[in-house]
Design a binder for this molecule. Structure first.
Ligand SMILES: [Mg+2]
Length: 251
């Protein structure tokens, strides 16, 4: 299986004609990030959550809006999730944080019939892996119309309040699913959350907002970092999964 783009100009694979989707033939566990992966960035649901995170920090730590925004990014970079930073440095209760930041208007997420049709057809087990809470995930899945097909939701409580991209989270994932690394496919909107999965032999797919894929090609070797982490790129998750299924069904 080719995992890296060839040097000298070849671009990573997506659902272009001729793409080799056969690595998915060994997959028994399909793992999906939640936010901005199973629903579009353009819904602005995650923007609502980020507003709530900054509001929580401002109130809890008694800082202004600007400092709260700085701390949010700082915690996120240093700990993988803002919550982890708040727990370690400020003793914040995870339940208090999670219920506050996920108290948003989930109705902005539209049903996705194409995704709802294709995910149940994936052979094997299907999971959610999110740095958010289970309650938030369940609300999102209900809106998208894909509650039923998942065998498990691995949330930040399941991860013992560690968070992607820490290796421990993915190692726990592999242990829990009973699948070896090369039997796992993982779908994510953040390249950095695909680095460890790729090292563990998982097939990695980066889900991009519609219309942005050419930008990644243009900047591929310069700054995205995604060339190191993603085996595949797609800006149409349902279409990508349909193409994967077609490959799996071809002898
Ligand atoms: Mg995400």
């Amino acid at each position: 299986m080719t995992r890296s783009p060839a040097p000298g100009g070849a671009h990573p694979r997506g659902t272009d004609p001729g793409d080799d989707l056969r690595p998915f033939r060994s997959v028994r566990a399909w793992v999906f990030d939640l936010d901005n992966t199973l629903y579009p960035l353009s819904s602005n649901l995650y923007a609502q959550i980020e507003d709530r995170i900054r509001a929580f920090i401002a109130t809890r730590l008694g800082v202004g809006a600007e400092e709260a925004a700085h701390l949010q990014v700082d915690f996120h970079i240093r700990y993988g999730a803002t919550l982890r930073g708040l727990m370690i440095e400020h003793g914040v209760s995870p339940d208090e944080f999670l219920s506050f930041v996920h108290d948003v208007d989930h109705s902005v997420v539209a049903p996705d019939p194409a995704l709802a049709a294709v995910i149940p057809r994936l052979p094997g087990r299907r999971y959610i892996l999110t740095n958010g809470s289970r309650v938030h995930a369940e609300r999102v899945l209900k809106r998208v119309g894909i509650e039923a097909p998942f065998d498990g939701i691995f949330d930040i409580v399941w991860a013992k309040h560690t968070a992607k991209p820490l290796a421990a989270v993915y190692e726990q994932l592999v242990a829990e699913t009973g699948a070896t690394g090369d039997e796992v496919a993982i779908f994510e909107d953040l390249a950095r959350n695909l680095a460890v999965p790729r090292q563990l032999g998982m097939t990695t797919v980066m889900v991009l907002p519609p219309g942005t894929r050419p930008l990644f090609y243009g900047r591929w070797d310069l700054e995205s970092g995604a060339d190191r982490e993603a085996d595949f790129l797609t800006e149409d998750l349902a279409g990508f999964l349909q193409a994967v299924l077609a490959t799996l069904e071809t002898p």
